[in-house]
Design a protein around this ligand. Structure first.
Ligand code: SAM
Length: 233
């Protein structure tokens, strides 16, 4: 790897954050499992598979991964993800009409220009395949918190006093995010010709309380701190 990637050096901090925020993780995992559905016999591609933390809770024998950070991807490989490429999705040629499901779990939030990568992913899906985008929406309480932390360059500020969760997402990762709204992603997909959508969400409580108990998945996208868009080709 020629250049240092945003997540290089953060692999253990990333996993530890989820381990400490275990209820938050369970909520997100429930959403992840719900939107993937039954993956038996299916071919999947995880774009920005990271350390494969979520994949380690499913049968990931049919899951291929693309990941720019070697630190993260090596752990994903140990967890059973078939990392087919260390690099950015922007630089990868994908075979057409190949995958049943392509998903971006949190990775769109580190990409500037979504249209070309979603277009490439849609081409790589079989007819009837699903592109699944899971993210923290920019317009959610989590999105506001990360953007405020980024602009203050700290979470330790009087504006945020008594309002922050005990262990917030690492500031460097919040700050390097390119937070998109859900509507922005829907618009991009509609412009690419997609009309069949489903939406699910979790983390509807304010961030201060998110880790008190795991939440259920609910339909929609207007209140969650973690939202999934399912787009059918
Ligand atoms: C928030 S992490 C999510 C990791 C993993 N999917 C998970 O849910 O635990 C975002 C991941 O996207 C990766 N990423 C960032 N930019 C990317 C790009 N242009 N192409 C592919 N992956 C990217 C990062 O290296 C990082 O591992």
């Amino acid at each position: 790897m020629e250049t240092k990637q945003k997540f290089d050096g953060y692999a253990s901090q990333y996993d530890e954050w989820f381990m400490v925020n275990d209820k938050l993780f369970t909520s997100e995992l429930r959403l992840f499992q719900k939107v993937l559905g039954d993956i038996t016999g299916k071919r999947l591609l995880s774009v920005g598979c990271g350390s494969g933390l979520f994949e380690s809770y499913i049968d990931c024998s049919g899951v291929e991964g693309i990941e720019p950070s070697e630190d993260m991807g090596k752990i994903a490989e140990k967890r059973g993800v078939n990392v087919i490429r260390y690099g950015m999705i922007e630089d990868v040629d994908l075979p057409e009409e190949t995958y049943d499901i392509i998903y971006f779990n949190g990775s769109s939030s580190y990409m500037e220009n979504l249209a070309p990568v979603y277009e490439k992913s849609l081409k790589a899906l079989k007819a009837g395949g699903r592109l699944i985008l899971l993210d923290v929406p920019k317009e959610s309480a989590f999105g506001f918190m990360y953007l405020l932390g980024k602009s203050l360059n700290t979470y330790d500020h009087e504006y945020l006093k008594d309002a922050m969760p005990a262990l917030p997402y690492p500031l460097a990762l919040a700050s390097s995010g390119v937070w998109h709204t859900t509507e922005e992603k829907i618009r991009v997909l509609k412009d690419l010709g997609i009309h069949k959508f489903q939406f699910y969400q979790t983390l509807v409580k304010n961030p201060l309380y998110t880790n008190e108990e795991a939440e259920e998945v609910i339909e929609g996208y207007q209140s969650g701190g973690y939202v999934a868009i399912i787009a059918e080709k």
